[in-house]
Write a protein that binds this ligand. Structure first.
Ligand SMILES: [Zn+2]
Length: 227
């Protein structure tokens, strides 16, 4: 099994919109889990990572399909081996990226004791919406976006298998895994409204292991050399 843990450091407020608002208060809310804590959904991480990994594969000159390998392919390309396509299932699970567990413990304690605990993880930004066609301020133009405070660090995991590589020895670093690990560290923003100054970030891999054996980033980088 492949186990990867990573940490996201935000440089700007993060806005992963739910597409829903709170009447009279917030026009767009940020994603939260069932404990009402802000998260980045695994599907959002996977989408951003896939794009970063594709860019890395192109940079390395590795051959990839254009729109997902079809079932007529004997084996998936490196990208589809990691992320799946309609014909090849994705064997990796992308957890939501969450705030540190200490925040959860603080919230539980505050809830239990009835202490007021201000929501320091999320803040609301006010913006002005311009009418697209005329470049002037639209009717009802002020809007509020709920976003994750840039001081919050978020942690996520990726676990599971890469297609066709389940039984490789631990020391053998394979290209789909290189795309996942390298792609993570190439992510520079997450979420919506990049142009308005939301979501710039860095991602650092804090742990990577194959079948329980830790993977050294030097070995990953060394495997990028050669054809
Ligand atoms: Zn493919």
């Amino acid at each position: 099994m492949i186990e990867i843990a990573y940490k996201i450091t935000l440089h700007e407020p993060l806005c992963v919109g739910t597409g829903r608002g709170i009447p009279w208060l917030v026009d767009s809310t940020t994603c939260r889990d069932h404990e009402n804590m802000p998260i980045i959904p695994g599907s959002t991480i996977k989408g951003r990572l896939r794009a970063a990994s594709r860019a890395l594969a192109a940079r390395m000159g590795w051959v990839m399909c254009a729109r997902g390998c079809p079932n007529t392919a004997a084996a998936p390309c490196h990208l589809c081996a990691a992320f799946g396509s309609a014909a090849f299932p994705c064997g990796l699970r992308f957890s939501p990226a969450r705030a540190a567990s200490l925040y959860y413990e603080m919230k539980k304690l505050a809830d239990r004791e009835g202490w007021p605990l201000p929501d320091r993880l999320v803040s609301t930004r006010t913006g002005i919406r311009k009418a697209k066609t005329r470049g002037v301020v639209a009717h009802g133009a002020l809007f509020n976006t709920e976003c994750v405070d840039p001081r919050v660090e978020l942690n996520g995991t990726i676990t599971g298998e890469i297609f066709g590589l389940e039984h490789r020895p631990a020391h053998e670093v394979v290209r789909p895994l290189v795309l996942v690990l390298g792609g993570l560290q190439l992510i520079r923003y997450i979420g919506g409204d990049k142009a308005r100054g939301f979501g710039a970030c860095d991602v650092i891999v804090t742990h990577a292991a194959v079948e329980g054996a830790s993977l050294r980033m030097e070995d990953v980088l060394a495997s990028l050399e050669g054809p």
